[in-house]
Design a protein around this ligand. Sequence first.
Ligand SMILES: CC(C)(COP(=O)(O)OP(=O)(O)OC[C@H]1O[C@@H](n2cnc3c(N)ncnc32)[C@H](O)[C@@H]1OP(=O)(O)O)[C@@H](O)C(=O)NCCC(=O)NCCS
Length: 151
Amino acid sequence: MLQGALTDWWGGQGGEAGGQQRRLLLPRLFLQHFSETSFYVERATALRAFLIGFLSQSDPETAYIHFVAVHPEEQRGGLGSALYRRFFDVARGHGRSRVRAITSPANRNSIAYHTRMGFRIEPGDRTEDGVGVCTDYDGPGLDRVSFVREL
Ligand SMILES: CC(C)(COP(=O)(O)OP(=O)(O)OC[C@H]1O[C@@H](n2cnc3c(N)ncnc32)[C@H](O)[C@@H]1OP(=O)(O)O)[C@@H](O)C(=O)NCCC(=O)NCCS
């Protein structure tokens, strides 16, 4: 079910290569080993939204949101922010004082959403349409926008 969401819920962003890239970003280990900090919304057994997050092992102040998505029919309906609020509460409960996340510079919706959710965009090494971008952040050609929010 998640694999289908990773293919379809981004509005075809990046074409088939984009879908494949997203599917590879969510191997089974995330579902097995981060279940206490990952949340799913289902209606009549159909997946409508999910958030995959974890508590950093290396930085005891930080929690990290790896993936979030809402079914296209439900976007802008409050599910994304509800999942984020739940994650923030759990992270606070574990003594975390900041949350981090990244997205690709092409994902303007994600940038708008994270900004609205109180995240700051880190400067990066260049700007694109006024947004700080970290070139090759995840490897050659894989630029990312980096977000941080205090809790
Ligand atoms: C990004 C995403 C998770 C947001 O979830 P959502 O349920 O649509 O967001 P919400 O309805 O909870 O919106 C929360 C706030 O962000 C704002 N917002 C959400 N999407 C926005 C957009 N595209 N542009 C501007 N503001 C936006 C909302 O207006 C709302 O603000 P408000 O509190 O002032 O009303 C969802 O649109 C999505 O799944 N997109 C495709 C997948 C994706 O890009 N994931 C993120 C990168 S991994």
